[in-house]
Design a protein around this ligand. Structure first.
Ligand code: 8YV
Length: 326
């Protein structure tokens, strides 16, 4: 599709998406390092749309360098790397890819609950190391069916996790910014109270400044030596230093983590622990889901360029605000 402006890719994207953007939309990638400033000086005014992901995003400085930017299109449901408040002030639209990845992220959360509580990955390491014939049985683990589960963030993904674990006979409670109308699950007023009342706490809240360290030392202490922590949201939601320390000291039973505070860095201390399951942020990473995310990303971009609107907006574009900001 021809468009009046230029489409910019910010950060690495799925290769097939990068190809389509380059081929069909003539989108260039924002260079890193020294080349960035000269690129922005030369072409910044022409850019009307950015495609990026939760890995990179668009900060206020980049918005300032793109005075005609009308929309930021994210590949992914999370957009915490973009300054959404500033975008809204400037009338810049922001979109994400909700719904299409809910199943796979919820499946991953359930997989982490099973793996972490039952010790499957640790037992696999035990077998591979040839220890079974020598040492016999592995230590007993903890029962998942019927466990008390706490979900932090009962949005689309949190609800899908709750539905799956309901089928396991688990008792579900949740904490959320507000009570979810019509939810059959027990609302708990604070993360610490929730943690104190469950066997496993699952983090499914959005990232960003508002949820930073929502799971702090107090919450982890409340979860306690028999409690498990699962995180499929963002590393920023959990105080990772406190988590590592409590795991090292046996003050938590275990953790299953798909996300970390400084990806792709994983705290070295965690690599030594057998009661943690460590995944490289793969929750949405199936052929089917990534294809659906790619399609929805392209639909948002194409619709914006043709009509000025987004299909799945987090912030609707408002061209009347552009150029009027203080
Ligand atoms: C993506 C994610 O893999 O959707 C999200 O928020 O974290 C993942 O599904 C990631 O954003 C793509 O870079």
């Amino acid at each position: 599709p021809e468009s009046a402006g230029r489409v910019l890719r910010v950060g690495p994207l799925k290769p097939s998406l990068e190809e389509t953007l380059a081929g069909d939309f003539r989108a260039e990638r924002l260079p890193d390092g020294d080349a960035r400033a000269s690129f922005l000086a030369e072409y910044g005014e022409e850019v009307t749309a950015v495609v990026t992901s939760g890995r990179t995003g668009v900060d206020a400085d980049l918005m300032a360098a793109l005075p005609n930017l009308g929309s930021i299109v994210h590949f992914g449901v999370g957009y915490d790397t973009t300054d959404v408040d500033r975008a809204a002030e400037l009338g810049i639209g922001v979109s994400n890819t909700p719904d299409v990845l809910t199943d796979c992220v919820a499946d991953t959360a359930v997989g982490l609950v099973l793996d972490t509580m039952r010790g499957f990955t640790a037992a696999d390491r035990f077998v591979r190391a040839g220890r079974w014939p020598v040492e016999g049985n592995v230590p007993l683990t903890r029962k998942v069916s019927g466990a008390r589960v706490g979900i932090l963030g009962l949005g689309r993904i949190g609800s899908a996790i709750a539905d799956r674990l309901t089928a396991f006979g688990c008792t579900i409670a949740y904490h959320n910014r507000r009570v979810v109308d019509g939810s059959p699950f027990r609302y708990v007023a604070s993360p610490a109270e929730l943690a104190a009342s469950v066997d496993v706490l699952i983090v499914a809240a959005a990232g960003g400044a508002g949820t930073r360290h929502l799971v702090d030392r107090e919450v982890l202490d409340a979860l306690g030596a028999n409690g498990f922590l699962i995180n499929v949201a963002r590393g920023s939601v959990v105080d990772e230093d406190a988590l590592v320390e409590l795991l090292q000291n046996g003050r938590l039973a275990g953790a299953g983590l798909d996300v970390f505070a400084h990806e792709p860095e994983v705290p070295a201390a965690l690599l030594e622990l057998d009661n943690v399951v460590l995944l490289p942020h793969l929750a949405s990473g199936t052929v089917e889901t990534r294809a659906a995310m790619e399609e929805l990303t392209l639909q948002n971009l194409d619709t914006y360029l043709r009509t000025g609107d987004l299909v799945t907006p987090v912030v609707a574009p408002d061209p009347t605000l552009r150029g009027k900001e203080s």
